[in-house]
Ligand binder design. Sequence first.
Ligand code: ATP
Length: 372
Amino acid sequence: MSTSHTGPRFDLECVGLSKAFGDFRAVDEVSFSIPHGSFFSILGPSGCGKTTLLRMLAGFQRPDAGDILIQQTSVLATPPNKRPVNMVFQHLALFPTMTVAGNIAYGLKRRGVSKAERDQRIDQVLARIGLPDSGEKRIDQLSGGQKQRIAIARCLVLEPAVLLLDEPLGALDLKLREQMKVELKQLQHAFNTTFVYITHDQSEALAMSDQVAVMNHGRFEQVGTPQALYYEPATAFVAGFVGESNRWVGRITDINGDAVELETAQGLRLRATAPKSSSASLSVGQAAAVYIRPEAISIGSALERGEGVNTVQGRVDTILFDGARSHFTVDIEAAPGLQVQLPQSGRYAQLARGDAITLHWEKAQALCFPAQ
Ligand code: ATP
């Protein structure tokens, strides 16, 4: 099957892809398209169906329904080794006692590429990943980061249409993981190959991706740029899973357009905004959740401006210094442990544990969704 396009060229398209194990729907009618050359992440908690989806793309698992098109051609009937995709695993599956060149040559040999062409392509790929002249080194002589690059080079040398990466940074220590985020992004640019990256780590997905799909219970909750997911979450799950948020639960007392008023069980009055995606499912009297980013909260009272809402009195509990900004937890009567992020400058620098403070946030930055 093939389709024609007038828009961007898609390297990968999934249409209504589903997979159940018994009665359990691991992947439930997932559809998406990935333009050529993009870094696309699938982000979700453990058990949400990420690996099952990736295994279907690679051809290791047969979908119950739906279609997978790679560069406009359905690959459902194509076995894994014939699909124009390659997969990088968390445990890199390199041959440890073989040389770097031997590892990279392996896939090329299996495809019947001649020795002369293999040598040339290995030299090229090693230069592009910044490890020229390392072909004769043994894998067990390399650092963790170098091994990671070789594992990716071994796949990219085969020139796949799509590279699938299954939590490749999961086994690395924190420092190397931070470094590899930059390197993966550089590799993806250098090869201009479409990457599909699965992870449960939102900081990885936000840092590297052009587009992120947030997955929950086998479905995509939202697909968007990292910025869109962070600033305009479409569902309560995305608001809670992507980035840090404070969450309040209350009962809706008034709705006027996208403006929602709520009262919590402790009598705290909140004004919030209903995103387009949630406004139709909110009604007066219903329980709803409000999400506020730590950096959206500021010190000072809105009472001065005649607004008696979205203002709380509290006491500083902990202060975590983090360079230019500091993370505070503030205990307020209605709820302990409010997360607040403030610049580490001026009067904020003077704050200490136990200080009484008044906090305020704007209605526009408090997003309201039906309580889950
Ligand atoms: P993790 O991040 O923990 O790897 P995941 O998001 O990749 O999780 P999957 O491995 O795709 O999730 O699993 C999704 C669900 O499907 C899980 O509840 C899992 O137990 C179930 N599942 C996966 N494979 C099978 C199988 N072969 N038989 C039965 N159930 C399965």
